[in-house]
Design a protein around this ligand. Structure first.
Ligand code: HH2
Length: 311
């Protein structure tokens, strides 16, 4: 990557009106005092609400493609108690077509800017492209959620280090278009844990601060329902790697296959909540969900029972 100007300078220069959250702040700093991230390894489970600015996402594709619709959706998720908004401009569903860099930026940046103008909620950018992450952080995002674990581009690691934002490293077998073609593992939990540990090492070696790294087992990314269940059961073995763990199982097709009911994307709330609660019980620091209010309620009740960390 050509670096003629320190990235920090470029980012700051591009930010509209300075914004509420300087780009080098962490998610923790970006939250208002009453809504701080918990200490690593303990505290309440954070809720990451999904804002898909795409025509083809598996469960809500096309619903929030217009910036006004995406903003209205973001406002709703914030009102429902989302701690972080995950804004994405490219679907990663199996078989999804790739989106060009400029088109992806044009989808996500207006939405991030609009949310940032009116809220200090933490914003994550869900992208595999360094240029999109740079534009998103310039617009006010404070976290880069990369389903390729910073492997998609030779610039990814250096860009993440320079941005200084939180980084989610997710496990995926293969790439979105082909990942569900007969995925095979000898020991899915051990292989996912080893991959994530290696990617965390690569990120820290490139200059990403250890304290900014999150790990995600990648529920549904090159995995059968059996693999997904093994990962949920084995979450404590990922949590001991020493990084906060994010789990994104919301509305995914494994739910219908596990339950055997063939439920469509909009009828998988029960299974999504069961998985969010299991993730919380297994030590997840955050869950990535479409249905924020319902997940929040379920986590609050589980916490009151003593089966999830307190909110
Ligand atoms: N899942 C999806 C997208 N991004 N990021 C992380 N860290 N973990 C996940 O499990 C994850 C993710 C897929 O879900 P969705 O965004 O709803 O669909 P699409 O990729 O079709 O837009």
């Amino acid at each position: 990557m050509k670096r003629t100007l320190p990235l920090e300078g470029r980012v700051a220069a591009k930010r509209p009106g300075g914004g509420l959250v300087p780009p080098r702040q962490t998610v923790k700093q970006a939250l208002t005092p009453g809504r701080m991230l918990p200490p690593r390894g303990g505290g309440r489970v954070l809720i990451m609400g999904i804002v898909n600015v795409t025509p083809d996402s598996f469960s809500d594709g096309g619903r929030f493609l217009a910036p006004g619709d995406a903003l209205a959706h973001a406002r709703r998720l914030i009102a429902e108690g989302a701690d972080i908004l995950d804004v994405g401009g490219e679907s990663t569903r199996p078989g999804a077509e790739p989106v060009g860099e400029a088109a992806e930026i044009a989808r996500v940046v207006p939405v991030i800017e609009a949310v940032r103008r009116e809220s200090d909620v933490a914003i994550s950018i869900d992208t595999m492209k360094p240029a999109v992450a740079v534009a998103a952080v310039a617009a006010g995002a404070t976290m880069w959620n990369d389903v390729s674990a910073l492997t998609a581009s030779p610039d990814s690691l250096a860009t993440a280090a320079e941005l200084g934002c939180e980084v989610v490293l997710m496990h995926m077998r293969g790439e979105p278009r082909t990942m569900q073609a007969a995925p095979r593992y000898d020991d899915v939990l051990a292989e996912v844990a080893a991959f994530l540990a290696a990617r965390a090492d690569a990120a820290t070696a490139a200059g990403v601060a250890r304290g900014r790294i999150w790990l995600d087992p990648g529920f549904g990314f090159g995995k059968t329902p059996t693999h997904n269940l093994a990962l949920i059961r084995g979450l404590p073995r990922l949590a001991v790697l020493g990084f906060p763990v994010l789990v994104g199982a919301s509305r995914k097709s494994s739910i219908a296959r596990i339950a055997g009911d063939g439920a469509g994307e909009d009828r998988r709330l029960g299974g999504s909540i069961a998985l969010a609660l299991a993730a919380a019980a297994g030590g997840a620091a955050a869950v990535r969900v479409h249905d924020v209010a319902e997940t929040r309620q379920a986590l609050a009740v589980a916490a009151a029972i003593g089966q999830a960390p307190p909110r």
